[in-house]
Design a protein around this ligand. Structure first.
Ligand SMILES: [Zn+2]
Ligand SMILES: [Zn+2]
Length: 258
């Protein structure tokens, strides 16, 4: 057996375990972590006070302001939003690794952070409605993207979130159409681009009807995609719908991974 020491360090040097966010070396004693300690401490919690509905941070001077500019245009069906971190490094690097670099393993770290964000905020999102616990529903991506990527990143995050919170995950939505990428569109164009994009699956319908929903995605940008998904779920009889994402794009922040 090799004792911890120069020999182990030498092995790690030639077989490095890189942090998925910064690429930095992770010592084997921290394994199986795939996000280094430095990156974990750099993850940015936007702080309080926040809009009670969408949790966008607001200036202390606006605490009594009832009308939040960020969620004012959301349909009533999208009841609220929770997120773990602001979309700045290294959170955007983690999203990028999950979405574009095939690092599906990082979804476990991200999903646990999302569960913490849900539990830490006022627990409205977890309250049962008429005795029914929330159903966790990932926002689907298109079949084309699943084929090229091998997975739906929102499903992986939803899986960890549901397991951590002891809730049921249902792939209750499908996305048969292939809209343009939202990345370069204005808020109005985003809403138009996703209109009618989703359908409730026959198998998912009983899990949606009358149930509160935790709707899961990787990033919240304008909320246009989640709003359309919420309208579709509500049309199938869903109760209050809370969007839960790993990161949220905030003003002046990186849009790299959105
Ligand atoms: Zn790192
Ligand atoms: Zn708001």
């Amino acid at each position: 057996m090799i004792r911890r020491g120069w020999a182990t360090d030498l092995v790690e040097l030639f077989l490095p375990t890189g942090c998925v966010a910064c690429g930095g070396w992770i010592p084997s004693r921290e394994a199986p972590a795939i996000v280094c300690v430095l990156c974990r401490t750099r993850l940015h919690d936007p702080g309080w006070p926040r809009c009670p509905r969408c949790h966008h941070p607001r200036g202390t001077g606006r605490i009594e302001e009832p009308d939040c500019l960020e969620c004012r245009a959301w349909p009533a069906e999208l009841t609220g939003a929770r997120y773990a971190y602001g979309l700045i490094p290294p959170a955007d690097d983690l999203v990028h690794a999950l979405k574009y670099e095939g690092w599906r393993e990082v979804s476990e770290f991200m999903g646990v952070a999302m569960a913490r964000a849900v539990v830490a905020s006022p627990r409205v999102a977890l309250d049962p409605v008429a005795g029914r616990a929330p159903t966790v529903v990932p926002i689907p991506t298109t079949l084309h993207r699943i084929r090229s990527r091998g997975y739906n990143q929102a499903h992986l995050l939803a899986d960890t979130l549901a397991r951590t919170l002891g809730l049921t995950l249902r792939d209750a939505l499908t996305r048969p159409t292939a809209p343009r990428s939202q990345t370069s569109l204005s808020p109005t164009e985003r809403r138009e681009n996703v209109r009618g994009a989703f359908q409730v699956t026959p198998g998912g319908a009983p899990w949606v009807r009358g149930a509160p929903i935790l709707l899961v995605d990787d990033v919240l940008t304008t909320g246009a995609t989640a709003a359309e998904a919420a309208v579709t779920l509500s049309g199938a009889g869903a109760g209050p719908i809370t969007l839960v994402t790993f990161a949220r794009a905030l003003p002046q922040q990186s849009k790299k991974a959105a």
